[in-house]
Design a protein around this ligand. Sequence first.
Ligand code: ADP
Length: 501
Amino acid sequence: MDVADLRSGLADLMASSKQELQARFVKWIERHMESHEVVVDDAIGRILEEIVSILIDSVRDGRYEKVLLRLKGFIDEPGFEQAEAGLRAFRTILVNEVNRSMGDVETKHCTIELIYKDFDLMLDVISRLYERMYALRLEKRIEERTAELVEAQGLYEGLVENSPIGVCIVQDDMIVFANDRLAGIGGYAKEDITGVDYRLLMAPESLDNVIEGIERRQKGLDGPLTYRTKGVRRDGSPVEVEVYSIPTTFKGKPATQCVVRDISREKKIEQLRQSFFSNVSHELRTPLTTISGYIKFLLGGKMGELNQSQMQALQAANEEADKLDRLIDTVIELSSFDSESFRLHLGDVDVARVTEETARSKESQAKHKDLRLEVNLPENLPHVVGDERRLGLLMSNIIDNAIKFTPGGGAVKIAGHEEGSDVVIEVSDTGIGIPKEEQSKIFDRFYQVDSSPTRMHGGAGLGLSICKEIVDLHGGRIEVESDVGKGSTFRVCLPREGKRE
Ligand code: ADP
């Protein structure tokens, strides 16, 4: 076969119908691909057909772009690499064939040159197809990803904008983003506060702790922080808010994201609750003091001799009045912890003396129940920084419980020692004990292991929650060890130096 034959052969080929040409071409390529162990599966077969069709079109009219678009439909098909490899293999075979069968060197060179030229054309088409396919695939991915982002952004914007909670981002002391609700808390519009120094919206007296918090966050020194503070409304009135702030980045720079809640209403309700508690407690106490006074007066025989049953009835009334009095004390104490004006009256406290005195005051109670009350505190137990009255109340509640929950004939022992920088007081009893699964709950308000109406022991389930509050306020710990039927040990650890801030 010489060059002229080859050319005329090609010309013939091009002149035949497209379908025919395509079928012949595909078969031709497939055969050679298979002889080079390139597996021609359905996917490759389809792609080959398409490539060949494109090749024919492009070779015929010399324009690639129009036919490239047709590939859009099967953009994710695999097999182009194999098609390219097949063509290269086929070219090698053809060249070898020409080398082997053609004698004349010049004709051979021309033929090979022609083959290279034609194949280069085909390979060029394939590589353009490749590029184009890649670009289309990328475009498609970008389109999908953009749609996802737009959707996510819409969702996020909707959530933030329609949130009933204020949200803002502070960067370099400036509010760089705020939602409507945040602006609404201060009676502003969003535009009024965006780009404004956040300090202008704060009550001057609240600035110090906020500035410190935000600065720490901006330096990324700390995790999330929740604090209550005061802002100023547009009309100059104060507004109580709770802020939850977390470090974030905004436009590539560190910033602070704040979630802000208006708590004015909560505060008002809380104040009402507190004043209700204190009013009710005082309203109850006044008549109770009179009732107690008269009972004690009568018991003392000041209004004439009493017979035995009158005496018993009055003693029962007296005990109940005392219980009621203690309950009122407990309620007043508990609501004082929640009050904003709550303060510990700190001083140097000799815990051993306070515990000893408290225990002594319970002696008649213990005796009444036929219990041994043993106090064994070392003389040189260090003092602590604390609130003497409240530490007395703490010990009183624990000893009261030990007496209450220990059956007659048992014992309550009080001991103490120094442990590192703590002073430890232990109150042990030989009482009914507390089941393991209840031990972590007994420090909760109103929790009682036996809360049935038929329970044997009185109480409101508040004593230990007061103990926990007092110990926490002193920076200490309260723990319990207990075996049902054997007894319990309550251990109070108080740091000598008081609570470290
Ligand atoms: P209460 O007024 O019921 O005594 P507390 O808060 O003082 O309330 O105690 C909560 C519960 O813990 C008690 O109801 C009781 O079930 C359990 N408890 C406390 N101290 C002891 C103890 N020493 N022995 C056994 N149970 C105890």
